[in-house]
Design a protein around this ligand. Structure first.
Ligand SMILES: Cc1cc2nc3c(=O)[nH]c(=O)nc-3n(C[C@H](O)[C@H](O)[C@H](O)COP(=O)(O)OP(=O)(O)OC[C@H]3O[C@@H](n4cnc5c(N)ncnc54)[C@H](O)[C@@H]3O)c2cc1C
Length: 476
């Protein structure tokens, strides 16, 4: 859909045949898929990126399977695309050069939860909600909570540096990664980082791997920091006539010294998608804030009053407190499904996840509206207002609208960078945002990052065609 760089060439059959024969011996044929009909579902993720059907899929069950796969791939010169749960929004797990998809979903053990050290050790295929449940049963808390929490896995969270609604108060995945076991193309296994909160020995390579979108190596185990579980959570929602009132309320809440754990914004178009999911929301509301405060009872009571005052001062139509867990879960379920619900509003949609300094959110919404009117493209926005991270959606029905949609998105990217924001807050660059990276980053900075990748992956076989424009890999 975007004007993407030229597609990467497929992997030559002779290379694939060699890799298959090596893998049959080292990993075992029972863990390898090779029929196109079995491999087809690994050609896509939850984005609009179009990939190729992989030649082979390895269903890794251990760190040794990962090591053996990366050794065979380098020997046979076959590209490898690591994959966790496939919920990515920018095509990171989409194999654009075919080759091998290295699936890690069978590596789904929570190896350890240490209540003394406040540490969890997990494999990359663990579904995030399973980790949440396991640590919360111990009175502990792992804050990162992308809205795909029920379906995404830790390997993908690390590779994308996933955020989520709780990032405003608690930070993103990077803030909880202490150490990683990672294997490089060719099979060299490295232990990065550490198990302690403090530690400054050598370069922070664990930090570099977080958010590297599977382009440097494959993670087989991660050591994560936990914190005590907050005693209580209160959920409120404020209804406003217009988006700018909701964004002013965000400022007013923060100015009162409250740091809510979530400050989620929904504009009128996105509210419509929520209503269509059967959640009754006042028809006069043109924007909503979903707010959560947590802590002990007195802190929650105090913060809830301040949030209510701030919303009322701005002229909220209504401020409601979720009366029980059922009401709270219903609202969150609707919020978490919003991305999929918006798909029902038009034949096509593209969602961007830009960030601006929080003080510029109203400016961003105005710019999106202005660009939408100029290019005659339907837009709507929702997202993590506390972080200034909005998911701006572009909707269209007919193919001849595509050039206008592209212009509209590019105009927004330029506006975001001019406001000193960034083109991606949590979804990564993947395939879909490659054309926009040069809007934000200089040629020199992109060149340095390419050189960093070369150090880890000199043959360019590790998830090629992601983050940076590439027209070849050494397997072709
Ligand atoms: C409805 C919906 C809501 C979402 N909400 C949010 C949100 O609120 N916040 C947010 O941040 N994201 C969100 N996402 C995006 C997505 O869920 C996250 O990016 C998530 O972290 C991806 O995890 P995954 O397991 O699906 O990874 P995949 O899609 O399988 O892979 C993502 C990337 O990780 C790499 N990778 C996977 N495993 C490994 C490994 N073991 N080693 C090295 N690299 C690896 C892949 O190559 C790819 O580049 C949402 C997605 C959906 C569909």
């Amino acid at each position: 859909m975007y004007q993407l760089p030229p597609a990467l060439p497929p992997t030559p059959q002779a290379h694939v045949d060699k890799a298959r024969s090596l893998l049959d011996r080292s990993v075992g044929a029972s863990k390898i898929l090779h029929l196109p009909e079995s491999c087809e579902r690994f050609s896509r993720d939850e984005s609009e990126a179009e990939g190729r059907i992989p030649d082979l899929v390895v269903l890794a069950e251990s760190a040794e399977d990962i090591r053996a796969t990366l050794a065979a791939a380098q020997e046979a010169r076959v590209p490898v695309t690591p994959r966790a749960a496939g919920t990515g929004r920018t095509g990171g797990a989409v194999p654009v050069a075919a080759g091998i998809v290295l699936d890690t979903t069978r590596m789904n053990s929570i190896v350890e939860i240490d209540r003394g050290d406040l540490v969890a050790v997990v494999q990359p295929g663990v579904i995030l909600k399973d980790l949440h449940s396991a640590v919360e049963r111990e009175g502990l808390f792992y804050p990162p909570d992308p809205n795909s929490v029920d379906s995404c896995a830790l390997g993908g969270n690390i590779a994308e540096n996933a955020g989520g609604p709780r990032a405003f108060k608690y930070g993103v995945t990077r803030d909880y990664v202490l150490g990683l076991d990672a294997t490089l193309m060719g099979g060299t296994a490295l232990r990065l980082g550490r198990r302690t909160v403090k530690g400054v020995a050598g370069y922070d390579l664990a930090g570099l791997f977080v958010g590297s979108e599977g382009t440097l190596g494959v993670v087989s185990s991660m050591t994560l920091q936990l914190i005590p579980k907050p005693e209580m959570v209160y959920t409120l929602f404020g209804l406003f006539s217009a988006p700018k009132d909701a964004t002013r309320a965000v400022e007013a809440i923060i100015q009162r010294g409250v740091v809510p754990r979530c400050l989620e914004f929904t504009d009128g178009g996105a509210l419509e998608a929520i209503r269509r999911q059967g959640v009754g929301i006042d028809p006069s509301a043109g924007a909503m804030l979903l707010i959560e405060v947590d802590g002990d009872e007195s802190a929650c009571d105090r913060d809830m009053v301040k949030v209510g005052e701030a919303c009322t001062e701005i002229g909220a139509i209504d401020v409601l407190v979720a009366q029980d867990g059922v009401q709270r879960d219903k609202l969150w379920a609707a919020r978490r499904e919003l991305s999929r619900a918006i798909r029902e509003l038009a034949r096509n949609k593209l969602a961007e996840d830009v960030v601006v300094p929080r003080s510029r959110i109203t400016d961003l919404l105005e710019a999106v509206e202005r660009n939408g009117a100029e290019h005659r493209v339907r837009t709507l926005a929702y997202g993590h207002a506390g972080d200034g991270n909005l998911h701006v959606n572009f909707l269209w029905d007919e193919d001849d609208e595509v050039p206008r949609v592209q212009q509209c998105i590019e105009a927004m990217m330029r506006d975001v960078v001019a406001m000193r924001g960034t083109i991606s807050g949590e979804h990564g660059i993947g395939v879909l945002k490659i054309p926009f990276l040069p809007i934000e980053q200089s040629e020199e900075l992109i060149a340095v990052q390419r050189r960093v990748k070369d150090v880890f992956d000199p043959y360019g076989l590790m998830n090629p065609g992601k983050i940076f424009a590439t027209s070849s890999h050494r397997g072709c």
